[in-house]
Design a protein around this ligand. Sequence first.
Ligand SMILES: NC(=O)c1ccc[n+]([C@@H]2O[C@H](COP(=O)([O-])OP(=O)(O)OC[C@H]3O[C@@H](n4cnc5c(N)ncnc54)[C@H](OP(=O)(O)O)[C@@H]3O)[C@@H](O)[C@H]2O)c1
Length: 347
Amino acid sequence: MEAAEVKSAVRYGTHNRMRAAVVTAYGPPEVVRITDVPIPRIGDHDVLVRVAATTVSAADWRIRAHAMPRGFGLLSRLALGITRPRQPVLGTELSGTVVAVGRSVTRFRLNDAVIGFPGARLGAHAEYRAMRETGAIVLKPAGLGWHEAAALPFGGTTALHFLRDKGAIRSGQRVLVIGASGAVGSAAVQLARHFGATVTAVTSGANIDLARRIGAEHVIDYTAEDITRHGAKYDLVLDAVGAETFTRAKTVLAPDGRFLMVAADLPQMLGGLASLPFRQNAISSIAPERAHDLELLAGLAARGAWRPVIDQVYPLDRIVAAHRRVESRRKRGSVVVVLGPEAGGPA
Ligand SMILES: NC(=O)c1ccc[n+]([C@@H]2O[C@H](COP(=O)([O-])OP(=O)(O)OC[C@H]3O[C@@H](n4cnc5c(N)ncnc54)[C@H](OP(=O)(O)O)[C@@H]3O)[C@@H](O)[C@H]2O)c1
């Protein structure tokens, strides 16, 4: 007997298909189509999550359009698929309800509300997503809404990884966050504040209020001012959008400051490696997808120490518009897509 049939609210026999957003070729937002695909089967150690909400993240846009940072074109085709994504259902993060559990699952039960981070494995732009119980999946705190819960993993874990693991952030430090209004940047502003840093945010004029609301003490409007002309020095400069070079960042870094490159291209990454022996250095990395980071972030969000910023909410039927919004590179925080009734989607 299939493990999924042991404890399951999903009737595989009669209701075995689900709606999903599928990408069959790299291209503009219009290549995304809603279609029926099989509901994933689960193994002994898996849970099946009915997706309440997900996001179209910067990663989804990059994969769908094959818009990779300079120098990564060939490598990413080898990794993701030559002419189309090998995994046609995108979607890196989700909130939802456990509707089936494999026979060996101990951490989750039917009807648990969860936050999941399939990350690079994708597959969240669908009504159901199977996840390994030991993977990046945690219980959703009751005080955190479905939309915010879905928008927590991508920006939150990236900001946490760069500030804590790569920046070794400490209380009292001065942190400059470039791209403070994006999913990663808005999480970085709030988490840096949580770690006791003084935060200066770099945004366009339209996002100054948002940056202040989420805790930035100072804001630089990059359309009117140049960060290098401000005279201030920072212990950490986190560039969430790949807007600055290390050469320019060095002029605003403290003598042992670090430039944290969230969206580095290949030349920047190599330059960063060459800088490692020096006191001022530039660091790039890929943020990992880990349950204990999600746990920490969910706990902090439940206590109000930070909250994922939501840009707009779209139904699955309008996911093409959601992709357009993300590709504009003007989104504030995360673009959410709702699928399940919990989050306001169809029953
Ligand atoms: N290394 C990793 O592991 C990792 C993990 C996750 C994401 N990423 C990368 O991180 C990047 C950020 O993703 P995201 O979802 O946070 O945001 P995003 O969609 O790339 O950024 C949107 C925001 O960036 C702001 N922005 C654009 N140009 C700017 C500039 N020159 N200076 C300051 N702000 C600017 C926009 O605000 P304005 O309208 O005010 O300009 C907008 O609010 C992506 O490139 C993604 O691929 C890397």
